[in-house]
Design a protein around this ligand. Sequence first.
Ligand code: HEM
Length: 504
Amino acid sequence: MDVISVLLVALVLALSVLWMVCSFLMRYYWVPSALRAVMEKQGIRGSPNPPNPIFDVFDGKPDMKEISHDILPHVLPWAAQNMKFYGNVHLNWWLREPRIVISEPKMIWDLFMKKHKDFVKSHFIKLLSDDIFHKGLFLANGEAWARQRQIVAPRYYIDEVKAMVRAVNNATSQVMAKWEAFVKDSGDVERELDVQVEFMCLNVDVVARTTLGLEDNDFQNILKYNITLLKLQNDQETWSWLPFARLIPFGINVERWKVRKQLNDLVRKQVRERRKKMTEGNNIDFIGKLLDNPDVREDVIVAELKTLYATGFISLAPLLSFTMLMLALYPSWQEKARQEVDQVLDGEVVSPKDVTKLITIEMILQETLRLYPTMPLIPRVCIKDSMLGDVFIPKGLGVSVNVVALHHDRDLWGDDVNEFNPSRFKNGTATAAKHPMAFMPFAYGVRTCIGRAFSEVQCKVIIAIILQRFEVKLSPNYRHHPVITGPLIPKNGMPVILKPRQNF
Ligand code: HEM
């Protein structure tokens, strides 16, 4: 090579390195700092030093001293601090993403309803949950999202969901028989059980039954791979924002890729086996209907099925677990709900018609979701200069809805905000607080949760069957420590004491 060629190669290399350094600085320092300056000019401030990790799973914080529902300072200490010093609307950093944190109904309305086109799922949320939700509806944006939503959402309309009640009954009855045998084995009249893991298995099983029509399925492995992926993602969270960090074939990455492939292969196998069983008139389950549609590709079906498995156990297991805690803590509500169950079901299984009559369970579930919202933070990023209420939001700024703060806002819910009072929902969710948008566990607008009706029906059926068969008491081993790991979960599991009912 002559000298000129060497110089040219060196120049290209130098320019490439310079370009990479500038892109890095631009993305992770200059742009975030500029966004912060725009917000500070409007008087919106927040914790000064990025990064400020949101999840406290790593910090070894002690359990809460007592069982209190005033959880904001415990689960989101940075938000509680910021709210104290800077007000309800404040700035915060998620890894290197500057974001405005809001819990004002008016701004949330603008975000989800009026200006939803200006806000999409953010780069960081994709980075952190791509292994689980890859290509599925949950993370999609733009046209891909609209196409997928059109395919998936109708499968979860209320009439379709009611047709799933039998599958939920069957799956739950199997678990109840297992619990009864578990108590009986001890030779005692009651026994402690950590129900959180039980609910995870049950929810994955229900998804397999309702989407694939599978009675005997590999849900243990599906759950194992998902939990491993979640754990690896959490382990990686603090450095995953570094460029190429998730592409280096080393350590956690290699493990992640392996488990991700195992999960993909297993779900793909289920879809293919379902395809083999396709016969006319037999394609009424979710995947059957998708397979029947020639416009839907197999990788889309696999992605959606993975999403449904993950959303099922990630969101429903914590809700059911916290509901068990409420039933154990408030025996009078437990008894009231049981009387209703006995009256409505009269010792039979739950029918689709019965579901609407289980009003007390519905109120208990709503109040549990208010106090312990499964999705405590709902993130977006602004893709076009916009306004939320009176606040100017520049393109590139992250927005996070703090659902915990909204659900625990004394001005909206009154002085008993931190008390468990299901009666506040007796006339429905819209009038439970001073603002109709004060209760939003499933988000709002075009990206509202497609699984809402399914969740409500499924949880009602499961809790009704539990109350029909068991009395639930608080375990002395329960240690209160709600924690955000993405969803809000009980960190130490949910051990409760189950006592089978004699007269059932
Ligand atoms: C307690 C139960 C549940 C809660 C509290 C919940 C909450 C939410 C929330 C807040 C969102 C909006 C997230 C965002 O915009 O960033 C969402 C979206 C979603 N949920 Fe759920 N969810 C629950 C159960 C389920 C179940 C059982 C399924 C499966 C059928 C499901 C499927 C989805 C999907 C696919 C999306 C994405 C929708 C879209 O972006 O268009 N969810 N959920």
